[in-house]
Structures are given as C-alpha cells and as structure tokens.
Write a protein of this length. Structure first.
Length: 232
C-alpha cells in the first residue's frame, strides 16, 4: 500500500519539508557516488551513529580524558548527521514517501521552526536511545526512521480520522483506495521489514543490523505524539 496524499488542506507551503526531502535525496546521491568509488564505508563510519564508539568515548571522558572528550563532541554530531543518511533504496524511498504525505500537514500545524525542531530532536533522541539499548554495537545506525516516526505520531494524534489517499498495487493494476490515518502507524512498522531491499554495499559490517532500530522508531513515534499533545 502506497500513501500518496491526505484530505487535509494546508494553508502554507511546507518549505521545511521540501528542504528535508531535498537534503535527504542529495545525501543519498552522494552515497551512491561514494559507493562507486569505494569510499562509502568510511563516510558512513565517520558520520553515522556507532554506539560502541560513542559509549566508549563517553566512558573515557568521565575519567577526564581530554582527547576522549573531543571525540564525544564530534560523535554527538552524528546523532544529527546520521538522520540524513540511508542504507538502501527501499529505506530512502519509504522514508521520503511518508515524509511527503504526512510531513506537510504536520508542518502546517506546528509552523516551520517547531516542525524542524521536532524532526531533528526526535531523530537525535531516537538514536540516543538506541545507544543506550545496545552500547556495544559496532554497526553504524543511519536513517531518518526515528524522525519520520515522530512526524507520523504527531499526525495520528492530531488527525486520527483523516483519510489517506492510497494506491494498492496488484501485479500490473493499481487500485486507488482511502484508508484511515491510524492504519499507517501500523503499516509504518511493517514496511521496516523490507528496508533491506536494494541495500548499498557498505563495508565492513553494513548498517542497521540490529533489532534495536525498532526501539528508536517506537521512541520517535511517542515523542511526536506527546509533542502534539502538549502543543498549545
């Protein structure tokens, strides 16, 4: 099932949403270039979230190791940079499709600044929770999954009965249907199972090879739901 739009009319252009989609696409195209040149593994390791590196650096910094403190500061930035990288064609397409359909409406409700703040904060917190859940993990964690889960959580709280225009592909036929918005909080987690399709070659360990990724997505959706509840 492919969501294509909703029945909520937006009063202003979702400028931030357009920029987020554009940046994600640009970074993914850069990843493709690096894959051909054999430099993608280094890029992902440098800018993706690697729990073992961050937890190790934090432990050393607690013992007043100045070098470790610098590493912590540099690696903390990966909580943001990792949001804009993706490990497969299915992941980037799925994430940006949901961002396109649900993000514009949430931005219209929250305004540009709060929408951007929710996106970045939820993505960073989701990554941080993944570090806490599995601090010894040496595989990079990347993707906007946590941030987009927050957008979806906020949308469901505000518009639980909104109608989502959906295409149901059946072999060579595409049947247009309408589904309630609440259905997509379930479908969001189901489609994560297919995000390995079209994976990029990321040596040496690949990315997102842990069930802890789902923990971050649950946290992201809860952040979005709570944020929308508290919004005045």
């Amino acid at each position: 099932m492919i969501p294509i739009s909703d029945n909520i009319r937006c009063r202003s252009k979702p400028i931030i949403n357009y920029w987020l989609i554009g940046i994600n696409l640009a970074v993914f195209l850069w990843e493709l270039k690096l894959e051909f040149s054999g430099e993608l593994g280094y890029f992902i390791s440098s800018w993706g979230v690697i729990p073992a590196q961050i937890s190790g650096a934090v432990t050393n910094a607690l013992f007043f190791n100045s070098a470790a403190l610098i590493i912590v500061i540099l690696r903390v930035f990966s909580l943001i940079s990792g949001i804009f990288m993706h490990g497969s064609f299915s992941q980037i397409l799925g994430n940006l499709l949901f961002l396109w359909v649900f993000g514009k409406t949430v931005e219209n409700i929250l305004g540009h600044r709060r929408y951007l703040g929710l996106y970045l904060a939820a993505g960073a917190i989701a990554s941080f929770v993944q570090i806490l859940a599995e601090p010894s993990l040496a595989v990079p964690l990347i993707g906007a999954n946590g941030a987009i889960a927050a957008i979806l959580g906020a949308y469901i709280i505000k518009f639980p009965k909104a109608k989502i225009y959906t295409i149901l592909p059946l072999i060579i036929l595409y049947i247009p249907i309408e589904l309630p918005a609440f259905f997509y909080i379930f479908w969001w987690f189901v489609q994560q199972l297919f995000y390995g399709i079209g994976s990029l070659n990321i040596p040496p360990l690949g990315v997102n090879q842990s069930g802890v990724v789902f923990v971050g997505q649950v946290v992201g959706s809860l952040i979005g739901a709570v944020f929308m509840r508290l919004k005045k």
